[in-house]
Structures are given as structure tokens and as C-alpha cells.
Write a protein that binds this ligand. Structure first.
Ligand SMILES: [Cu+2]
Length: 524
């Protein structure tokens, strides 16, 4: 459905562009008619991909989550683009295109400002768990709250839960654990305010103690795992959306901005262990993403990329992943349907248009090389986000609140795998999934997939949740296909440590390297 809606529109754009240039040719002196050289210029979209048209959004989507029905749940600003998640949230249905009728603006009736909250999927229900966020005290913003809210895509409602967190958290990270619980780390507890004659001063504090939300909604404080360095005040803003993932051993791995690494056992009251391994410093504004089982691609300062491999149970292995062409502070790394990592947006000077990158970069894990690919129409800086969609495209949107641009807009990136490789610039024909599991798939279990043509490859990407340059939910798996056929049997990921319970996009690929639109399957 998505392809049917998106593709004719894109094709029409390209045909119109071609007709426009063709009509101009007649005006150029000496052209005298159709020049084969001018007409036959080869398209590069099969190597670089292409952006669709810039389109309006009803809010700045500072945070986006892909829901199991393929729609995007987004929030972060008011409809005028100012900071605030207390009034509205938005549902975008990509299958309806990018016109305003594809968006629904819904009222947030919870009294929680979810601006810069933590967010994570709930495995059993497909709902979104939203943790903490902003608070306004004495009309001053950027305090924090301890509220817990759940967005339910079945009813499109956001509902405040009765059981709050023990700590207030603004800019916290939430991670789905192998047992279906959620760990919540970091965030700011209180802000600094110098005070006035009427309003008392406040001191900045952070939340250095993680918490775990059980499946029944009750909370457990990991009081033995307190740390100002792993997810608190110190360690170079490690409270700011801590970079944390479940590692193959089933613990949380935390990569602090200062390059130090930790393992957090979330059982009981928690045990935090620091690794002796460390890497170059990064910044809270630089992206990191898990691109393969137990493997993280992390962008450090000065454009340097590093792989951190968590598969060795004793200590993480660190290796070089080259240098990006651009410094991309506040850009976002997104794992594509083929396991490559696409990084878009960012600026070399922080949240500033000087040095903002419109071009984008693609990292191939097979060759460990970067290349510069398609350019966007506009900058994506602080409070922008990028998210892989069911049709293998990526929505990138937002930025602003505060400035430098108020980006009430988005663009869709069409990766190279969607195009014919003949240089025609046309979209390739995609295989269709005819049959895939509709019931819960267990770990290390065989299941079959049927497509409209012979299947050469099957991939699995966990549905994303992204904000502030970080999609902590992403996971990618190649599911080996022993022999090409229309019906193939593949094996699900081996354990919930590698693939936490929840929702995954299943793509099948034809022999030309073109993916289907994904079906969502549920692991659990
Ligand atoms: Cu923010």
C-alpha cells in the first residue's frame, strides 16, 4: 500500500523535472533539438538514494516511534513549533502519503509535558511507554516530572498511569529488557534557578539511580547501582539520554560520552560494573546505534567512527570505523533495511546553521567504508529525528525549539536499494510478502516466509524509537536463507538478549537486492 501511494508521486516528480529541463533545452543557443548527451545523463539515485519533497508537519517531531501498525507516534512541540509536549501529540500514517490528511493532531489530556521524555515500546501490547519529561514551575520551564504515560495505538489515546517513577527524569533513556521489563536511566531531576525575591532558588540535580518497571507496572529502584558517571551528573553529560543497550549477555551496556563503558545487571537492586576498556570522548549530540547483534557504531568527536563489539563476555572489543566526511552534531544514525547505517543532519558547530550538513552519509558494515549520498532540502539539528518506516524509507523531520530554524516539516529518504541499478532513476519492482507469521514467534525458532518472487535474503529490524540523536530500540538481523525460493524457512534470533521481545520489521529481498515492504512480526 505504501509503495502504491509514494511511488507514483515520486515518479511524477521526476518526470515533471525531466520535462522542465527538456523544455529549457530548446531555449539554449546551439542546442537545435534533442541532444542524446543531454537526455542520457545517468541517474545516481541507485547509488545515493534520493529525498522526496519537503512536506509540512503539524508539530516539530522531536521524538518519533514506529508503532506495530506502521504508523508514527510523534511529539515534542506545540502546533506553532514552540517547545512543549503538554498540549498535543501526532499520529502520522505514512501509507496515506505526506499531505496534511495523513496526520492527526490529538490532544494530550494527561497534564504531563512529555517534551524530552524517555520512550520505549511495550513488548506484549505494542504500546508506547513514555517516561518523565518537562515541568513548568513558577512559570519557568525545564524542570522535570516523574510521570508515566502510555500511548495505545489501538485507541490513539495517551493515558497517565497511576504508578509514577521514584525519580523525576527529563532526558532519560528507557530500554526493553530480555524479560519484558523496562529499565530507565538518567535524566535531569531538577534545574538550576537563581531565584528572585518571590521565587526560591533551585539547584541542578540529576537522577543517578536507575529504575526498572515490571510488566505489571510496578517500579523497583536499583539503589545499589547509583552512578554519577554512568548516567548522572558527571562523565560529560551522561544524564542526557544515556547511550544504553541490552548486551548479548543480557545486561545493560552503557557507553558514556567521555568514552567510559559500564555493564549494569538490572536484577534485584542492580550491580554496576565499569569496564577497563574505554574509547575516545564523544558528545551527547553525537549519534550511536546498534547495527548488528551486539555491535554498536558510535560517532566520536572529530568525525571519528568506532565499532564497539559486545559479543565477548569479558570485555568490549573496540575497532576503527573510519572517519565521516562531516561533523554531525545533532544528526541521527539510522539502520536501514539492509543493515547499512545512514547518518543525516547535524552541524559542525552544534545547534547552528554554520557548518550544517545537507548531504548525508552511508556506512557499509561489510566494507567498513563511508560514502556521501543524497542531499536534503533543509538542516536537521537539535530536536530533529529520523526513523525507518515499513516501506524501507526513512522519515527525517523536525529540529528547533530552540532554533535556529523552526522545522515544522519533514523529508522522506529513499535509500539506494529502492531503485533500478540501470541508471534510469526509476524505482525497482519490489517483491511482495504473501505470507509471514501472524502469531508470536519465539527465539531460535524456524518460521517460513512466502513472497511473490524468489527470496534471496531476509532481514529483521526492530521497530525504532528515536529522539535526540539516539534510537536505542534499533536492532538488525540477517536471517540466513539456505536456498532461494518463493517460500523459505528462516531461523529467528537466538535469544532475547540479542533480540529483546517486541516488534520487528521483516523484509524479504529479491535477487536484484530490492526489499519488500516490511511485515511486522512479534518476538516473544
Ligand atoms: Cu530536548
Amino acid at each position: 500500500m505504501i509503495a502504491v501511494r509514494f511511488f507514483p508521486f515520486m515518479q511524477r516528480e521526476r518526470v515533471l523535472k525531466a520535462l522542465f529541463f527538456f523544455s529549457l533545452m530548446w531555449l539554449v543557443p546551439g542546442f537545435g533539438g534533442i541532444s542524446s548527451a543531454a537526455v542520457a545523463s545517468e541517474s545516481t539515485v541507485h547509488r545515493e538514494g534520493e529525498f522526496g519533497p519537503l512536506h509540512d508537519w503539524p508539530i516539530i517531531p522531536t521524538a518519533m516511534m514506529l508503532m506495530p501498525d506502521g504508523r508514527v507516534f510523534a511529539y515534542g512541540s506545540n502546533t506553532n513549533g514552540t517547545q512543549g509536549g503538554k498540549m498535543h501529540y501526532v499520529i502520522w500514517d505514512p501509507s496515506m502519503g505526506t499531505g496534511m490528511d495523513a496526520f492527526e493532531v490529538l490532544p494530550n489530556t494527561t497534564d504531563t509535558d512529555i517534551f524530552c521524555a524517555g520512550q520505549v515500546h511495550i513488548p506484549g501490547s505494542g504500546q508506547a511507554l513514555i517516561l518523565g519529561g518537562d515541568a513548568r514551575i513558577n512559570n519557568i520551564r525545564n524542570y522535570a516530572n516523574s510521570d508515566v504515560n502510555i500511548f495505545d495505538p489501538a485507541t490513539d489515546t495517551l493515558v497517565r498511569q497511576t504508578q509514577s517513577m521514584a525519580f523525576k527524569r527529563w532526558y532519560a533513556t528507557a530500554v526493553t529488557l530480555p524479560n519484558g521489563e523496562h529499565a530507565v536511566l538518567g535524566g535531569r531531576n531538577d534545574r538550576f534557578y537563581k531565584g528572585t525575591k518571590k521565587i526560591p532558588a533551585t539547584v541542578v540535580t540529576f537522577s543517578p539511580i536507575p529504575e526498572v518497571r515490571a510488566v505489571d507496572g510496578s517500579w523497583r529502584t536499583l539503589s545499589s547501582a547509583s552512578s554519577d558517571y554512568a548516567y548522572g551528573a558527571l562523565g560529560a553529560t551522561s544524564w542526557f539520554y544515556p547511550r544504553a543497550w541490552v548486551n548479548p549477555q543480557g545486561n545493560l551496556f552503557i557507553l558514556a560520552p567521555n568514552g567510559k563503558m559500564y555493564s549494569l545487571d538490572t536484577s534485584g537492586e542492580g550491580v554496576l560494573t565499569k569496564y577497563s576498556t574505554k574509547i575516545e570522548p564523544s558528545q551527547a549530540s553525537l549519534s550511536s546505534v546498534m547495527y548488528a547483534p551486539g555491535k554498536i557504531l558510535t560517532i566520536r568527536k572529530y568525525r571519528k567512527a568506532v565499532i564497539v563489539d559486545l559479543n565477548d563476555p569479558v570485555k568490549p572489543a573496540v575497532s576503527a570505523a573510519g572517519y565521516m566526511a562531516k561533523d554531525r552534531q545533532f544528526g541521527t544514525a539510522t539502520v536501514l533495511a539492509n543493515g547499512q547505517v545512514w547518518v543525516n543532519g547535524g552541524s559542525s558547530t552544534g545547534n547552528d546553521l554554520v557548518g550544517a550538513a545537507l548531504d548525508t552519509e552511508l556506512w557499509d558494515p561489510d566494507t567498513n567504508t563511508w560514502k556521501t549520498v543524497a542531499s536534503a532540502a533543509t538542516a536537521r539539528l537539535y530536536h530533529s529525528a529520523s526513523l525507518l518506516l515499513l516501506d524501507g524509507t526513512v522519515i527525517t523531520g523536525g529540529g528547533g525549539a530552540q532554533g535556529p530554524l523552526t522545522q515544522l516539516n519533514g523529508e522522506v529518504y529513499y535509500p539506494p536499494y529502492l531503485f533500478k541499478t540501470d541508471g534510469s532513476g526509476e524505482f525497482a519492482l519490489r517483491p511482495d510478502i504473501i505470507d509471514a507469521p501472524t502469531t508470536l514467534v519465539n527465539w531460535d525458532q524456524q518460521f517460513s516466509v512466502e513472497a511473490s518472487e524468489s527470496i534471496a535474503r531476509v532481514t529483521l529490524v526492530r521497530a525504532g524509537a528515536v529522539t535526540h540523536a539516539f534510537n536505542q530500540e534499533t536492532r538488525f538481523f540477517d536471517l540466513p536463507v539456505s536456498e532461494m525460493a518463493n517460500i523459505v524457512t528462516v531461523q529467528s534470533p537466538a535469544s532475547p538478549n540479542l533480540a529483546p521481545p517486541g516488534y520487528y520489521l521483516l523484509f524479504v529481498w529479491n535477487a536484484s537486492g530490492v526489499p519488500s515492504i516490511a511485515r511486522i512480526i512479534q518476538l516473544g
